[in-house]
Design a protein around this ligand. Structure first.
Ligand code: DP6
Length: 324
């Protein structure tokens, strides 16, 4: 009853921002991401009859408290699905080229879902696996697939139609995504708390819900046409709208820091100089920059020269779940 799975993280080009059901993790809007080959999590789950509780090791360190709690709550769902009352030892390794706050719930929960389902003997197809991973962390449902991935919000109350599907595989389009690592980052409002506060209190949230389905339709067309400027400008505008909702929340908040804004301005300058580059930002201060392979040297050089930037980690579109 042991299995190992690898999942890559993903970055949303159309953001998941707000839930319509908190306990089942059902989103208020459909969204779209690209899976990144540069960041992955490898997780081994071993169910054993003699264990009295679940245990969790992350990068070879024993984890207790809240983080163990999250893993155990997720394994409860897997146990309920299989009908087996058995505890597990979970060992995860995050393959992140630096330690600067890039460990991701998306790759972590996707790898945990895949490894635990296989270890306990469930044979789930990708759609079922995506639904299971979703219940650990919303964005994890997209990491089941490689390339460009849409999470279809669904309509049903029970979440049966809320799962991700692949829009285009990783070989469809050779783009680059640079993760810009900042040298110091402050403690943040978690994405879970940030989206909850925004849904409950921000008057701008209604505008977000109105515009995002249009962004999603257009970006799917841009991806199909490999229209980089269109894809990048929709992704950047969608990101800015998501972040605008947080300024309208009560109490208001932002994920941006001074270096975040310097990176955004640098990307805008690159465009003024004729280099198509676009940014997107999740629930934190780090920025991801989208560009084409031929502009790699120029883009990296400019990003590296920004005060407060520690490292640049370049990804290509990556693959979905694999078993080791
Ligand atoms: C801003 O998937 O981390 O990165 O479902 O509460 O676990 P939970 O949230 P999570 O939220 C990700 C939000 C985002 C946008 C995105 O990835 O689409």
């Amino acid at each position: 009853m042991k299995a190992t799975a690898r999942a890559h993280t993903n970055i949303a080009l159309i953001k998941y921002w707000g839930k319509r059901n908190e306990s089942l993790i059902l989103p208020a809007n459909s969204n779209l991401s690209v899976t990144l080959d540069g960041f992955s999590t490898e997780t081994t789950v071993h169910f054993q009859e003699d264990l009295k509780k679940d245990t969790f090791f992350l990068n070879e360190q024993n984890v207790e408290g809240n983080d163990l709690g999250k893993v155990a709550v997720f394994l409860d769902k897997v146990r309920a699905l299989s009908g087996k009352e058995i505890y597990a030892q979970v060992q995860s390794v995050n393959h992140v080229p630096t330690a600067a706050g890039f460990a991701s719930s998306a790759s972590g929960l996707a790898a945990l879902a895949a490894a635990s389902a296989k270890a306990i003997g469930l044979s789930l197809n990708d759609k079922e696996l995506s639904k299971l991973a979703r219940q650990g962390s919303g964005s994890a449902c997209r990491s089941i697939y490689g390339g460009f991935v849409e999470w279809q919000m669904g309509e049903r109350e029970d979440g049966a139609d809320s799962f991700a599907v692949q829009v285009a595989d990783k070989s469809h389009w050779d783009i680059r995504i640079a993760a810009v690592v900042l040298s110091k980052t402050m403690k943040k409002v978690s994405s879970r708390e940030g989206m909850r506060r925004t849904v409950e209190t921000s008057p701008f949230y209604a505008g977000w819900l109105e515009q995002t389905p249009k962004d999603l339709q257009e970006i799917k067309q841009a991806i199909a046409d490999k229209d980089f400027e269109k894809m990048g400008s929709i992704a950047e505008a969608n990101c800015l709208r998501m972040h605008a909702t947080t300024l309208g929340a009560n109490p208001p908040f932002t994920y941006w820091q001074d270096t975040t804004m310097r990176v955004m301005q640098t990307v805008q300058h690159l465009r003024e100089q004729g280099i198509p580059a676009f940014f997107t930002i999740d629930a934190g201060p780090n920025v991801k920059v989208l560009y084409l392979p031929e502009d790699e040297d120029k883009v990296k050089k400019r990003l590296q020269s920004i005060e407060g930037v520690e490292d640049i980690i370049v990804s290509k579109p990556g693959s979905g779940i694999s078993y080791l």
